[in-house]
Write a protein that binds this ligand. Structure first.
Ligand code: CTP
Ligand code: MG
Length: 231
């Protein structure tokens, strides 16, 4: 069944989905690879559309797959599909440019985090609504982290207590994200990094294990298990 978005919602979600998925191995662009028989992008958009505050979803798709992606998503939710760029940052910028007037909160969410629960979308949006200009969901780092130099020689041990692994959706006051992208020079892998460069405070909220980024074949196998057990 096609989900309805909330016409009174205050949240637009940008979904960069134009990556190749090189680390997943040969095959179609990653957002179109199957998880439980459906593309990762379908799982991701279905969960976004289930979040109560979401007014708009804009997907940045691989340039050669625009029609395929539109067809795929039509029965899932009413989304806008635009061509992505060569870097994730360019894909996000393209999606941002397609957000209509209205939503004042913009979330940026990787299609590769296909099993992200709607509750996480709402908790990030709520933190922006509460007055934070930039919000990221994070998990504590569980492994010991070493800094390593030439020849795999250990240079030192980083204090894990001060580290966080960062997920998406990342949430922003719309004007802050627009300014950060307009000012961007080097491509970064996350949007909060652009906002940090503006000197705008970025605040952390608890992330979710289910928001794992499907990057390598192991992650896809884990996601298959999570889906089969109710994610
Ligand atoms: N992405 C994008 N446009 C790009 C590169 C990445 O929209 N030019 C998106 C991906 O589709 C993904 C998200 O950004 O949803 C996170 O990127 P990543 O996990 O690195 O995905 P890929 O770039 O597809 O994977 P890889 O780096 O292994 O090729
Ligand atoms: Mg990539």
């Amino acid at each position: 069944m096609t989900a309805q978005l909330n016409p009174r919602g205050d949240v637009a979600v940008l979904v960069p989905a134009a990556g190749a998925g090189v680390r997943l191995g040969p095959g179609r662009p990653k957002a179109l690879r199957l998880l439980g028989g459906e593309p990762l992008l379908v799982h991701a958009v279905r969960r976004l559309a289930a979040a109560a505050s979401v007014h708009t979803v804009v997907v940045a798709a691989p340039a050669g797959e625009l029609d395929a992606v539109r067809e795929l998503l039509a029965p899932v939710a009413p989304v806008t599909v635009v061509p992505g760029g060569a870097e994730r940052q360019a894909s996000v910028a393209a999606a941002l440019a397609a957000v209509p007037a209205g939503p004042e909160i913009v979330l940026v969410h990787d299609a590769a985090r296909a099993l992200t629960p709607p509750d996480l979308v709402e908790s990030v949006a709520a933190a922006v609504r509460a007055g934070h200009d930039a919000v990221i969901p994070v998990l504590p780092v569980v492994d010991t982290i070493k800094e390593v130099g030439a020849g795999e020689l250990v240079l030192g041990t980083v204090d894990r207590a001060a580290l966080r692994a960062v997920q998406t959706p990342q949430g922003f006051r719309r004007a802050v994200l627009a300014t950060a992208h307009a000012a961007a020079t080097d491509p970064l892998t996350d949007d909060a990094g652009l906002v940090e460069k503006l000197g705008v405070p970025v605040v952390c909220v608890p992330g979710s294990e289910y928001a794992l980024k499907i990057t390598r074949p192991f992650d896809l196998a884990l996601a298959e298990h999570l889906l089969a057990t109710g994610a």
